[in-house]
Design a protein around this ligand. Sequence first.
Ligand SMILES: Cc1ncc(C[n+]2csc(CCOP(=O)(O)OP(=O)(O)O)c2C)c(N)n1
Length: 372
Amino acid sequence: MEATEAMTVIGADGGSNGYDPGLSKEELLYCYRTMLLVRAFDDTCMKLQRSGRIGFSIPNLGVEGMQVGAATALRKDDWIFPCYRNFGMALYHGVKPVEMMHNMYGNAQDSARGRQMPVHFSFVDPIHWVSISSPIGTHIPQAVGAARAFQVRGEDRVALTTFGDGGTSSLGFHSGLNFAGVWKAPVVFLCQNNGYAISCSSEKQTASESYAIKGKAYGVPGVKVDGNDLLAVRRAVCEAVDKARAGDGPTLIEAETFRMGGHSTSDDPTRYVPKELVEKWAAKDPVDRFERYLGKRGIWKQGDRERIYGECMQEVADAAKVAQSTDAPGLETIFSDVYAELPEHLRRQGRAAFDLAARRGDAAAGGGAFPL
Ligand SMILES: Cc1ncc(C[n+]2csc(CCOP(=O)(O)OP(=O)(O)O)c2C)c(N)n1
């Protein structure tokens, strides 16, 4: 496969090129449901943000297919170093919407105890999901470091890292790909080329003929895949993962897709994304496309989407209710999970700060507006 040609499995009408994904009917339906669960989580977060219940969210509309397709290629003991627009991979591997909602609210049940931004999830179980890094690209060398550690220890795990088209302009992309190439580390670089880095279009991002081709200079083979085709992404990531596990080194995959919503809840994409471009990509919607494929295989019928989406919305609404009624983290949790044994000087400073907060009565969490 050339780094400039996008590989496709499912055609626009839902017909397939004959590639056997090796997934059962139940597994295919689970992929479909997971994409709808991503959509339900997004829809709900947008409403929660607009009604002032959470501070911030990142829409995934249009990129659900690549997330779920990629997730199918990983084992539970592999590690994911994700970007913020990728939580479908976590849902696929069994993370519950309520665990994600705890992070959206930054409450006492949030795995980061409210010390991370919303959508910056971290999970140890059921999959190794490394806490999302806000500074773009900094997690790429982290993934390579982890992959190098698997290699040195003789473990057959793989690290998969995802980043946007903008992430390829980061220093982390350079150092990560460079060392992955040198070490032949078992890592898969998955670039979600969704057309924009906030308002910066791909034409302004790079003069390179593709993102996939950027791997060549580092000795990392690059492939380009249709990111709205769940099975094509599965195929490309499976091949890259198998290669990495076999000791044959890293791959850079460019999944060509489109961000159909804003960058975040703080953004108005109508100010910079041409309407025609949105219409063009709407016709390639990954859920519609996969649905047509399932229909052709006789495992989807009219009414299934409404029923499944309704179930997903209910699951997410229940999750939001639980997260909203969960207490905020106590002030003392600024020290939790940081030190095994808290040093004496911090214990002293903490005591003074907590006493002062209690006396002034302004220590209740939730009083401050989110800055973004
Ligand atoms: C080092 C750094 N520079 C700038 C930012 C501000 N920023 C946040 S998201 C973003 C866009 C990233 O775009 P891309 O990597 O294409 O991912 P996408 O949001 O499109 O999924 C930028 C520039 C940042 N977080 N970190």
